[in-house]
Ligand binder design. Structure first.
Ligand code: ADP
Ligand code: MG
Length: 624
């Protein structure tokens, strides 16, 4: 009894300690005589307590029960013990004594507790994780899957386990899976993307990280995988990349526009001189006079040059010179005959204009030009014939559309769709088609200005243009024009101004470039006006001081070295409030619309201009 290494007691049936071995004395640090005769529970469990603890195995030693064990905390011994109580019975089978041996299991218990806590932690880590976590065997069958994995695969909770990856992947993805499995067998681990198909058919993109799992012999037994559903993220990325591309395209066109506008402006000044003097000569030389034919040719070439620069300038202007509401459906209908002459067999032309289309703000002639340019391109794209559809319909652009289409605005629009079944174009071509002088056509065939003009006009209308095309699959252009707000219809100013009736009118002409000033002076004089000249704003105010009251019209360039035309006009009109002002400029970005026009006593004339355009503006200025 004393030699037993574990603390051992002999109790009577009432749990009074009859003997305690040396291990007990050692443990409690008292000789056994001090505890013999006292109830065991009082000594070991609960000094001063009521009675034995409810889970005491001694309590179970009633009527004939054999050995009883139980785990108990012994407060006085400071630990948890496995208690085994062996009954000692008399010849009638009555409980005489109890041999009570306790084994210290404190360490085992705390190890178990630590294990349980650790298990709990790992379980939470895996189960609460938003990343899918799974274990597959060498056949890609799930041995384990966390709740996020069930979610990602779109199956009810707990049902991914037992299913194979092959059930969720299209056959073409299996190659990738096999390749990755082989790599893992070779001990490699990496990230890869995998498309899966949920039971409902929806495809999702997973970013997978898998590491090999090996058996005790080191052989490959499958993989531990962590995966994330990146479908939405990827979509957002593609979206952003697309918008960035759209932004870059817009910026490119802006830059090109500035460049073209700069050149066109200088050109326009030259053309003002060339065309102006040609006009004058043509007025002066009698119909059968010498060199009349040659001069007419110069004038004609100048006309074409002016048309070209006005195309370039048209692009650069952010607002049309003549802003008015137009009915695109009517315009398109009126163009039918012309289009049908342009687009002939073997191209089948279909035109549909929904009369419900609202009015849009812009110049009808520009709109026609857009339709013609697009139709001609479509025709060129279908040398062997095909179908060309020109369609006008009302649409409302919503938030979603605007988010995906850089530069588009919300609200009611008119959509012009021009679609062909022609040769289409490559992505590379598509990104460049709006550039001026970009053409894929044979020399002499294409100018590369058609779509440049389309782009510029669309911008003037405040709209956007989109292209979808694939080689051999045809092309579809979609143009969106914002519907004009309110009924602000500019009155038609068609009445041709007469060139008569300017005699005696005094005009102050301000222009810094000598040749331009000369030609404009000649035009004014040929119309019968009396001309005073100034080469700068300062000079103009001087002349204004001297002649002010006598001058009816101030005709001034806007952009000049030193003070500009606006400032000159300000000063002179302050001194002479009745004076009428006509501004002229070749700059595309000069935007005088806000301060000029009917009712303001101010007019704007874009260079280069003809003698009769000048006459019309002067007439407008004088009558309003
Ligand atoms: P051009 O017609 O003088 O070549 P554009 O500016 O009108 O100039 O067009 C530029 C280029 O865009 C064309 O050369 C062609 O490559 C391409 N393109 C335009 N419209 C179409 C279309 N409907 N189908 C295929 N390619 C087109
Ligand atoms: Mg073209």
């Amino acid at each position: 009894f004393h030699a037993i290494g574990h603390p051992a007691l002999i109790l009577n049936a009432e749990r009074t300690i009859l003997a305690a071995n040396q291990a007990v004395s050692k443990l409690i640090g008292k000789p056994s005589s001090e505890i013999v005769g006292r109830p065991c529970f009082e000594v070991f469990h609960d000094p001063g307590g009521e009675g034995p603890p409810p889970d005491c195995p001694v309590g179970r030693l009633s009527a004939g029960a054999g050995l009883q064990t139980g785990e108990m905390e012994m407060r006085t011994l400071g630990g948890v013990f496995l208690v085994s109580c062996t009954p000692v019975l008399d010849s009638q089978g009555r409980l005489q004594k109890i041999i009570h041996i306790a084994t210290d299991i404190t360490q085992r218990r705390s190890a178990e507790k630590a294990l349980r806590e650790s298990e709990e932690r790992y379980r939470e880590l895996v189960e609460r994780q938003s990343e899918g976590i799974g274990i597959v065997d060498s056949e890609e069958r799930f041995l384990f899957a966390n709740p996020a994995a069930d979610d990602i695969f779109g199956v009810p909770a707990g049902t991914l386990t037992g299913r194979t990856l092959a059930e969720f992947t299209d056959p073409e993805e299996m190659d990738l899976i096999r390749k990755k499995t082989d790599e893992r067998k070779a001990g490699r681990r990496d990230y890869y993307e995998l498309w899966i198909r949920r039971p409902g058919g929806e495809k999702r993109l997973l970013l997978v990280s898998a590491v090999p799992r090996t058996g005790p012999d080191g052989g490959y037994t499958g993989a531990f995988g962590v995966f994330r559903d990146v479908t939405d993220m990827r979509r957002a990325q593609t979206e952003r990349a697309r918008l960035e591309l759209q932004l870059r395209q817009t910026q490119k066109m802006e830059a090109i526009g500035h460049l073209a506008g700069g050149i066109a402006h200088d050109f326009n000044n030259l053309l003002t001189v060339i065309n102006g003097f040609s006009d004058l000569l043509l007025v002066r030389i009698p119909p059968d006079g010498p060199h009349r034919r040659e001069i007419a040719e110069i004038r004609k070439a100048g006309e074409s040059a002016a048309a070209l620069t006005s195309q370039l300038l048209g692009f650069c202007r952010s607002r049309p010179t003549e802003t008015r509401a137009m009915n695109p459906a009517k315009t398109l209908s009126a163009m039918q005959g012309m289009l049908r002459r342009l687009i002939v067999d073997p191209v089948d032309l279909r035109i549909a204009a929904d009369p419900a289309c609202g009015e849009i703000l812009g110049d009808p002639a520009s709109f026609e030009q857009v339709v013609v340019n697009l139709a001609l391109n479509a025709r060129d794209a279908m040398p062997a014939g095909g179908r060309l559809t020109v369609e006008l319909s009302p649409v409302v652009l919503d938030e979603a559309f605007v988010r995906n289409h850089f530069g588009a605005r919300r609200g009611p629009h008119v959509r012009l769709a021009v679609e062909d079944t022609g040769i289409g174009m490559t992505e590379e071509t598509r990104l460049r088609i709006f550039e001026p002088f970009f053409t894929t056509k044979k020399e002499g065939k294409g100018t590369g200005l058609g779509l440049f003009v389309v782009y510029g006009v669309v911008r003037q209308f405040g709209g956007t243009v989109w292209v979808s095309s694939e080689p051999r699959k045809g092309t579809r252009f979609e143009l969106f024009f914002p519907v004009a707000e309110g009924p602000e219809r500019a009155e038609d100013r068609e009445a041709e101004a007469s060139e008569e009736g300017f005699s005696g009118v005094k005009v102050l002409l301000v222009e810094d470039e000598d040749p331009v000033r000369q030609v404009v002076r000649s035009m004014l004089e040929s119309l019968g006006l009396e001309v005073l000249e100034a080469a700068s704003a300062d000079e103009a105010t001087q002349v204004g001081k001297r002649y002010g009251g006598a001058v009816q019209v101030l005709l001034t360039d806007i952009v000049m070295p030193g003070r500009n035309g606006y400032q000159a006009a300000e000063e002179i009109s302050r001194a002479h409030p009745g004076i009428r002002v006509v501004f002229m400029s070749g700059y595309a970005d000069v935007d005088p619309e806000s301060s000029c026009g009917p009712g303001t006593g101010r007019q704007f004339l874009r260079k280069p201009f003809t003698r009769s355009q000048l006459a019309r503006k002067l007439r407008d200025a004088l009558t309003l």
